[in-house]
Design a protein around this ligand. Structure first.
Ligand SMILES: C[S@@+](CC[C@H](N)C(=O)[O-])C[C@H]1O[C@@H](n2cnc3c(N)ncnc32)[C@H](O)[C@@H]1O
Length: 247
């Protein structure tokens, strides 16, 4: 089995998920939640034995509020919409709106119109995922959240969606365990503006998306803390049994 690289042109998200499983970030016997299953493309190469899925278009679910008690899953694979389309009403944009679940009430009624509105949705979903994943009992025992995100150009400015998602996760007490950069093939760089004038490229074209591997904060006697801040207490925490880990 070849080494998993931090940045790689995986053929699809399914291969990326398989790489995460190879690294032990997902395990076959863990009860895993996929709240954004849609076509299930993440699980076409590797799939856990127990996978709970939701697809908004089918069951009307909202990943910001799912009907499960706290700590219901060992791992979560969260693939929210992570690129906000520009304002132009081209057929490509409309198709993308539909594909990424933005066409809530039709194309004229997107769920979000700006990167910050989209980020608020991503962040609210991530907060819900942290609630739903059981805290790890030991350093490598569950509590894993995979989240896909991306930096992109919107309205001529760089929107650091990956960094913002990371910041939100860290603010929730998550530890960033790994970061896998999926290199893709971007569409052609536009050469003209809408008025037909020549267009100069001013930003590097984004040809990668990011999969963060997060570990939910451990809980000890009602205190949230992550492994980085708990170095001194780690050996103690690692020997706790389930009953000792309390909210
Ligand atoms: C990037 S796609 C997921 C693709 C999926 N991983 C697959 O393999 O086909 C994002 C999904 O999130 C859904 N979505 C968007 N907002 C949502 C929300 N608030 N709650 C639940 N699902 C949402 C969209 O409908 C879309 O299916």
């Amino acid at each position: 089995m070849s080494a998993v690289l931090a940045a790689h042109a995986w053929a699809s998200n399914a291969e990326l998920i398989a790489a995460c499983a190879q690294l032990g970030y997902l395990r076959a016997d863990w009860h895993t939640l996929d709240p954004t299953y849609e076509r299930g493309t993440w699980w076409k190469v590797w799939r856990p034995e127990r996978l709970t899925t939701h697809h908004r278009a089918v069951d009307g679910s909202d990943f910001r509020s799912l009907p499960y008690p706290d700590d219901s899953f060992d791992a979560v694979a969260y693939d929210p919409p992570f690129v906000c389309p520009g304002g132009r009403k081209t057929s490509t944009v409309q198709e993308m709106h539909a594909r990424y679940g933005m066409a809530e009430g039709g194309h004229a009624d997107p769920m979000f119109r700006t990167p910050s509105e989209l980020q608020a949705i991503i962040d609210a979903g991530l907060t819900e995922m942290v609630r739903l994943v059981r805290p790890p009992r030991t350093k490598r025992d569950g509590g894993v959240i995979l989240v896909k995100c991306q930096n992109y150009i919107w309205s001529g400015e760089l929107w650091e969606g990956a960094e913002r998602t990371r910041e939100h996760a860290v603010g929730l007490g998550c530890t960033v365990v790994d970061r896998l950069e999926m290199i893709g093939t971007p569409g052609p760089q536009p050469t003209t503006n809408r008025d037909g004038s020549p267009r100069r490229q001013v930003h590097a074209r984004r040809n990668l998306s990011t999969m963060f591997v997060l570990r939910a904060p451990r809980r000890l006697s009602g205190t949230l803390f992550d492994s980085a801040s708990a170095i001194g207490a780690a050996s103690c925490v690692d020997t706790l049994d389930v009953g000792a880990v309390v909210e």
